[in-house]
Design a protein around this ligand. Structure first.
Ligand SMILES: Cc1ncc(C[n+]2csc(CCOP(=O)(O)OP(=O)(O)O)c2C)c(N)n1
Ligand SMILES: [Mg+2]
Length: 383
């Protein structure tokens, strides 16, 4: 049944949702004026700063009950993801990476906060925006970057590229290019976990645009009916390829869509890694107990374009800056400092370690050969 954790962020989201859902044309035009104001008005930056302080307070108290070594690893993974992808953007621009390349910059708290709540034997599956999740699952930065370079040392031998990281051994089942396609696969994976009598769970990530696909609704219905231990994580970064969610979805309160299937659901602030962790732990507990699935709507924001080829003309730099005021890595560091868990020296160490890992990955990708010609027809399925 629905969980009730009405944080301030959730209330804001509900207000947000109400402003676009169920709206008469009159309220809709009032809302679009308000939206314009939100995007352009300086006041909103102040609101973002105030929200940052509120989150900092709640995050600081949440830190006290968590193992510092785990917190260190969480921060490391977020910093590694950020630096790694900044490097991806850099090398993409000079032609080292070809094809699609979707970056996760700004969304790190979602993948790290949720995946680091998993245990051995749990599964993860995601969309094409998959580099950071792949690394959190344990695929090395070298393998991920070499895959982006299309090199033989890449995660899948240089044949998948950016969108298709995969490791059965690490419980990471891709990297999927079809919007929403992974939702059905995840439901099957979680069904298998239950069928085999394990208490393992599956985390399934997808964007908010995938929620408009039929597979989302079919999967949620079946998962709730059959008690399939799948945790559906909608990473609501508020945009599809170039369309605002507000222009494409009649009800923008995504968490509430689970109510149609009687499924537990929560709205979570995706800029707050501890809030993501705690909501995921609650969902995991339900799933391990009797297979009950959950829908988490994790509201976040991507700083970069949809992919590296996106000119980003559909939003303003003011809007991007507003979200950067609430940056998940800055917030986490400030909370860790306020809670006296770590200080500047620890942050420097973590950053140096991440930079070294990325440099090592670049060297590996550069030096790795392209796949041999004899590989041309292997691992290829054509029917
Ligand atoms: C079935 C299908 N339709 C359209 C596309 C083209 N497409 C690729 S990404 C994308 C937008 C998806 O946005 P969202 O689900 O919000 O994920 P995000 O990219 O924001 O992470 C679209 C329409 C596709 N890959 N698959
Ligand atoms: Mg999106």
């Amino acid at each position: 049944m629905p969980t009730k954790t009405a944080t301030r962020q959730q209330k804001t989201a509900e207000k947000d949702a109400k402003s676009t859902a169920n709206g008469s044309p009159k309220t809709a035009s009032k809302n679009s004026a308000k939206l314009k104001e939100i995007v352009t008005d300086e006041v909103n930056k102040k609101e973002a700063k105030a929200e940052f302080q509120t989150r900092k307070k709640s995050q600081t108290s949440a830190l006290k009950n968590t193992d510092p070594e785990l917190l260190r690893e969480m921060l490391y993974q977020m910093v590694l993801g950020r630096i790694f992808e900044q490097k991806c953007a850099e090398v993409y621009r000079i032609g080292k990476i070809g094809g699609f390349c979707h970056l996760y910059i700004g969304q790190e708290a979602v993948g790290v906060g949720s995946m680091m709540a998993l245990k051995e034997g749990d599964y993860t599956i995601t969309s094409y925006r998959d580099h950071v999740q792949a690394m959190v699952a344990g695929i090395s930065p070298e393998e991920v970057l070499a895959e982006l370079y299309g090199k033989a040392g890449g995660n899948v031998g240089g044949k998948g590229g950016s969108m298709h990281m995969f490791s059965k051994e690490k419980g990471f089942f891709g990297g999927h290019g079809i919007v929403g396609g992974q939702i059905g696969v995840a439901t099957g994976m979680a069904y298998a976990q239950k069928y085999k009598g394990t208490d393992n769970v599956t985390l399934c990530f997808f964007g908010e645009a995938a929620v408009n696909q039929g597979i989302f609704h079919e999967s949620l219905n079946m998962a709730q009916l059959w008690k399939i231990p799948c945790i559906y994580i909608c990473e609501n970064n508020q945009y599809g390829m170039g369309t605002s969610q507000k222009r494409a979805m009649s009800i923008s309160n995504i968490a509430s869509k689970a109510e149609a299937y009687g499924m537990a659901n929560e709205f979570v602030d995706g800029m707050d890694v501890m809030a993501v962790r705690e909501a995921t732990l609650r969902a995991i507990e339900r799933a391990r107990k009797d297979g009950s699935p959950t829908l988490l709507e994790i509201r976040c924001y991507r700083y970069m374009g949809h992919s590296m080829s996106d000119p980003g003309k559909y939003r303003t730099t003011e809007e991007i800056k507003k979200y950067q005021e609430r940056d998940p890595i800055v917030l986490f560091k400030e909370s860790l400092k306020a809670a006296k868990v770590f200080g500047d020296k620890d942050f420097e160490e973590i950053e140096t370690k991440a930079k070294e890992a990325v440099e090592k990955a670049v060297k590996f990708a550069e030096e790795s050969p392209f796949p041999d010609e004899s590989e041309l027809m292997t691992d290829v399925l054509a029917e």
